[in-house]
Design a protein around this ligand. Structure first.
Ligand SMILES: [Zn+2]
Length: 268
């Protein structure tokens, strides 16, 4: 087991809890955010000790989760119990986490399990003493995904909507066309800073999201053309995307470039 590094940076009223761990000879990052008593995502249970050391200094009053994945929900129950505070979840996230499905070995190994989370249903916004955060449903990365928008400040708490300007592999169940539609929906709002669930703080959020959208649209278009020419989904993935063989093997194919290609082609 490699060591787990976590730091907490404060800027403009937002605390960013940034973490990094190494597994399968690859670095994995995670980020949670804290603003005005609200903890947005809770990090993986693998980093529970390190995260709790930070949240103990922040005095959280409530928690909200962007989606059910264990690197975001991993400490929700633990922290809610510890501070006696509520967890807010979208209905779909709540359904997933009431009795979470057993996750594959590699995800348990990297992140640890989240265990069940019982929360309150997230409505169309969540209020803290000084902020109103609008909830925008953004399926694609996962079917239950939401982002939080603080319009006055121009903050977008994006969960896993962004991740990077390019995407090289997808998880089974991920939908690129839905992701593109969700990015378009978010881009119709105005905001500046994007707080990503893995990449940290991105200063020009709209520009970053537009680059991501352009990449995905291009990927779908080229994939469909190649598919019409007779290439298989796997061949297209090899042609267009780099491989992380270790990740594919360890995840037994749950994380693979082919999932991205397939979800783009199948919706056409
Ligand atoms: Zn995720």
């Amino acid at each position: 087991m490699g060591e787990i590094l976590t730091t907490c940076e404060q800027s403009g009223g937002v605390h960013a809890i940034l973490g990094r761990l190494n597994r399968f000879r690859s670095p994995f990052t995670f980020c949670a955010y804290f603003v005005d008593g609200l903890l947005i995502d809770t990090g993986p249970s693998r980093a529970r000790e390190q995260i709790t050391r930070i949240t103990d200094t922040l005095d959280p009053k409530m928690i909200v989760l962007t989606h059910f994945h264990e690197d975001h929900a991993g400490n929700a129950s633990w922290l809610a119990e510890r501070y006696q505070i509520p967890v807010f979840l979208s209905k779909k996230t709540g359904d997933e986490l009431r009795k979470p499905q057993r996750i594959p070995f590699y995800r348990r190994h990297v992140w640890g399990e989240s265990g069940p989370v019982h929360g309150l249903e997230l409505c169309d916004h969540i209020s803290t003493p000084n902020h109103i955060l609008e909830v925008v449903h953004t399926p694609g990365h996962s079917h239950d995904h939401v982002v939080l928008l603080e319009k006055q400040q121009g903050w977008l708490f994006a969960g896993d909507l962004f991740l990077g300007k390019r995407l090289h592999y997808g998880m089974a169940g991920e939908s690129v066309p839905l992701l593109i539609a969700s990015i378009n929906k978010v881009l119709s709002h105005s905001f500046d800073t994007l707080y990503c669930g893995h990449a940290g703080i991105i200063q020009n959020g709209p520009e970053a999201l537009r680059s991501k959208k352009d990449f995905l649209e291009q990927l779908v278009e080229t994939s469909r053309k190649l598919f019409e020419q007779g290439y298989s989904e796997r061949q297209i993935a090899r042609k267009l995307l780099p491989r992380n063989i270790m990740l594919e093997i360890m995840s037994r194919g749950e994380m693979s470039p082919t999932h991205l290609i397939r979800s783009g082609i199948q919706s056409g």
